[in-house]
Design a protein around this ligand. Structure first.
Ligand code: BDP
Length: 716
């Protein structure tokens, strides 16, 4: 009976006429339905006292007041004098109370952005102190405190110290100035360049709040396939307006620099990075940018990659290019994030090896304020990739991680895929660079080589769709990126738990079911798209759907057949010393894990071996049978996800329930499409039947080959 009442109460609270578009993300601050808990929170929070006069403190104060009002249903007043049971927030400089507490030790490890939250006493009064060395740390502490309440944790005896493990926690927007988002599946760009700088969309503020709540402290506004126009006065005014919105939230703005900008907008004859005129042009340009954005973060550069201009156009190398830009931003404290995503069609070399071949020799040649931004895997954001060998190869250069949050290769706008397990798989991988335990996470957080800078970037999945990310569950990937950049030791499960509780509700039965869906979703996708180490067999250009048969694209390395190499003998890319020998780019211990076809972990098998169709797998099945098994189990998993989602219907508002349900149905269709198309095609090589007992494809290979999607979204 009591339970029934509680459910009714929860339903009335969450369905009180509000639409549930998903716009509010994980910062909902809805009334907490558990009255007992509210009473206990109320007992601990009678007032708040925030010290400091910065914009950061004022946005943090507003967030705290709004959050408490929403969750507790009453306005908690801000007082200058501390009352009993107050939240006291500030730095030792801004607040006498904070400085009087014995927090020196904890604050010594909090750094510039970390915080401490403790339940303690001051002048005989009970307080919750939120302390940091800087206002931005106070703000992060407040967001953390709000998260405790949103996830309904006890705040009776708090003793929390938290500091980010990675310094630059950045979103990369692949947004063009015409608002088309490259590989974007959530509508147009959120940057309404045409109306800027005069019109400040509320979205910009909510974007900043969301990022600040998960610790993201940088945003690259423009596409890596860059347009030099963003560096002109007309656009810098707009950039400045966005920077002003983001500043209080601790978020710096970065831009992509088109390497040929000195020619295109500077009217120079060359963009040769060693030409003194070019160097002066960049210095002048950067000085100009800083007059608009005094805390401008710096540049992200894609050079000599997929047709983008770069230093190699002038017979210079990546270090020459990066250093010229680095010298220009250095006096202002700016940085350059130079991408290692390079590969050339003209080089007759396994694409897997090319970034390493170009960058490894440059280790130690970059200026101090350059980070090399490396995609997680050696090829290109595939559903599963081994870690890029560069992570174990450049001890003298800070390497930044680049993950792709937007789901270009992960079912785009329609598939529910929680990416944290995929991120973690790479972060936890061991490079063995300095012996066992030299994980990718330790390389990029700077601890393995003692770098002073460190960074993690995610290609954003954010657009102008009402729910920000197209698929509601895409929000969880934005959330996970920020949380992992702050603390890569968090588990995928913890992050899913936090996100679900804040985004939906804390009903244990809902949480368990939804969490199960999320945690199995990445493996499900790998199984119905690219099991056993298959990669890059997506449709040409738009990358939507399967097209393993494609072999006629101009560049060899843009053809799926280049990657799977299926023939009558078997399937997979031999990267051992009998093949391209890409394995040699890893430490001997890593090579050992992958080099033997009989012991190579099966999820990576076809990344490294061309395997006979009748090869015996660990399951006892042949490779062909295993491939069938994986493709079928991928589809089965999606069907289980659908069933599981049905069961949460009474626990979720109608709007979001239906949204996810419809997309899961689309996902199921797409999974079947992937399975059928791939197996029918690979069967032309294996000449083996799809074992009886499985539902047989209901379309022919010719049918699947005939499908075309001229207007698939996100295409470059
Ligand atoms: C590829 C995308 C392309 C990007 C490129 C990159 O298909 O749109 O420009 O990555 O990262 O995966 O530069």
């Amino acid at each position: 009976m009591k339970k029934a009442l509680l459910i009714i109460l929860m339903l009335t609270l969450s369905f009180s006429g509000k639409t549930e578009s998903g716009y509010r993300l994980w910062l909902r601050y809805d009334p907490i339905p558990n009255r007992q808990l509210v009473t206990s929170y109320n007992n601990s929070i009678s007032g708040i006292t925030l010290s400091g006069t910065s914009g950061t403190i004022s946005v943090a104060k507003e967030e705290l007041i709004n959050g408490l009002q929403g969750m507790l249903g009453r306005k908690v007043v801000a007082t200058t004098a501390v009352i009993n049971n107050s939240i006291v927030a500030g730095t030792p400089t801004s607040s006498n109370i904070i400085s009087s507490l014995a927090l020196q030790q904890q604050l010594a490890t909090a750094g510039n952005e970390g915080f401490v939250i403790v339940t303690t006493k001051s002048n005989g009064k009970n307080i919750i102190a939120i302390a940091a060395n800087n206002d931005v740390g106070v703000m992060y502490g407040i967001f953390h405190f709000l998260r405790l309440l949103q996830t309904q944790q006890s705040i009776k005896a708090l003793n929390i110290a938290s500091a980010p493990k990675i310094k630059l926690r950045v979103l990369n927007h692949w947004d063009n100035l015409n608002r088309h988002v490259e590989r974007g599946y959530a509508g147009a760009s959120i940057w309404d360049w045409h109306k800027l700088p005069g019109y400040i969309d509320q979205r910009y503020i909510d974007y900043a709040r969301a990022n600040a709540s998960i610790g993201i402290n940088g945003t690259v506004l423009t596409n890596v396939n860059a347009n030099a126009l963003v560096l002109t006065k007309q656009y810098l005014e707009k950039v400045a307006a966005l920077a002003k919105v983001f500043r209080p939230y601790g978020i710096k703005v970065y831009l992509t620099a088109r390497f040929s900008a000195p020619i295109e907008i500077g009217k120079l004859k060359t963009a040769d990075p060693l030409d003194p005129q070019v160097q002066q042009w960049w210095k002048d340009k950067v000085n100009e940018i800083y007059t608009y954005v005094p805390d401008f973060g710096g540049f992200l550069v894609k050079a000599n990659s997929e047709g983008q201009p770069g230093p190699q156009n002038y017979n210079r190398n990546h270090a020459d290019g990066a250093n010229t830009l680095a010298d220009a931003v250095a006096p202002h404290g700016g940085i350059v994030m130079w991408r290692a995503f390079v590969y050339s069609n003209e080089t007759p070399e396994d694409r897997f090896k090319q970034a390493y071949n170009e960058f490894k020799p440059l280790d130690g040649k970059f200026k101090k304020n350059v980070l090399i931004q490396v995609k997680n895997g050696p090829i290109d954001f595939q559903p599963r990739e081994p870690f890029s060998p560069l992570f174990g190869a450049m001890p003298q250069t800070p390497l930044m991680m680049e993950f792709q949050v937007t789901q270009e290769y992960l079912g785009q706008g329609t598939n529910l895929v929680y990416e944290a397990p995929m991120f973690k798989e790479v972060l936890d991988a061991d490079t063995y660079q300095k012996g066992k335990g030299s994980t990718v996470a330790k390389v990029i957080d700077g601890t393995l080589h003692d770098y002073s800078t460190s960074g993690l970037a995610g290609v954003a999945n954010i657009g102008s769709d009402i729910n920000w990310t197209g698929h509601l569950f895409g929000q969880s990937n934005w959330y996970a990126l920020g949380r992992l950049a702050w603390d890569h030791t968090l588990t995928s499960e913890q992050i899913a738990d936090e996100w679900l509780k804040q985004t939906f509700n804390t009903n244990p039965s809902f949480i368990n079911t939804a969490k199960r869906i999320m945690l199995g979703s990445h493996e499900a996708l790998v199984n119905y798209m690219t099991p056993l180490g298959l990669h890059h067999i997506m449709g040409t250009g738009h990358h939507y759907g399967p097209a393993p048969w494609v072999s006629n694209v101009g560049r060899a390395d843009w053809n799926p057949v280049y990657y799977h190499k299926a023939d009558e003998k078997g399937i997979g890319f031999d990267r051992t010393n009998k093949g391209s020998n890409a394995l040699a780019q890893y430490a001997p211990e890593v090579q050992k894990q992958f080099e033997d076809v009989n012991t190579c972990p099966e999820p990576y098998l076809l990344w490294f071996h061309h395997v006979a169709w009748d090869h015996k797998m660990k399951s006892g099945r042949t490779l062909w049978e295993e491939l069938c098994h994986k493709y079928y189990s991928g589809v089965d998993s999606v069907r289980s996800m659908q069933k599981a989602w049905e069961t949460v219907k009474p626990m979720v508002d109608k709007e979001r329930f239906e949204h996810v349900k419809m997309l899961l149905a689309v996902q199921e269709k797409e999974a079947v499409w992937w399975r059928n198309a791939c197996l029918l095609y690979f069967q032309t090589h294996s000449k083996m039947p799809i074992p009886g007992g499985y539902e047989q494809p209901n379309q022919t290979l010719e049918y699947y080959k005939s499908l075309s999607f001229p207007f698939a979204p996100g295409n470059g």
